[in-house]
Design a protein around this ligand. Structure first.
Ligand SMILES: [Zn+2]
Length: 128
């Protein structure tokens, strides 16, 4: 039910998360909303988390995470979080129905990062 590419990107993640994200993507697909698991949207090694943390700090780019991987760990490091984005030319564009995605994430029992003080709209994670 979850396309092969999504499965690959969620390799090593908690099976419960993989199942729920599959349900979210399928349900949205049924409404004509085309999403996918983002590149680097699944399990992250410490090395990967550190590399993402460097963006916008010691490396050029936009800040994409507040978790340095050591003092502050990301749920991606334990396979309990997934990031999704929209398929097509602007995966993170403002024009997309992010709230519909967030509501669907919550409907399937996950925490949506879009509600956080520093919103992280692609992010969904298992409840602690
Ligand atoms: Zn995330």
């Amino acid at each position: 039910m979850i396309p092969e590419q999504h499965r690959e990107r969620l390799g090593g993640c908690h099976p419960n998360l993989v199942w729920r994200i599959g349900c979210v993507i399928n349900e949205l697909e049924g409404k004509g909303i085309k999403m996918m698991v983002a590149p680097d949207g699944g399990l992250r090694t410490l090395r990967k988390q550190k590399a993402l943390y460097a963006l916008g700090r010691t490396k050029p780019g936009k800040i994409v995470t507040y978790a340095d991987g050591v003092k502050v760990k990301s749920r991606h490091q334990s396979g309990r979080a997934a990031d999704c984005c929209f398929r097509g030319p602007h995966p993170y564009g403002e024009e997309h129905p992010w709230n519909t995605y967030g509501e669907t994430v919550e409907k399937w029992g996950l925490v949506w990062g879009g509600r956080w003080k520093s919103p992280d709209r692609p992010h969904a994670e298992l409840k602690p």
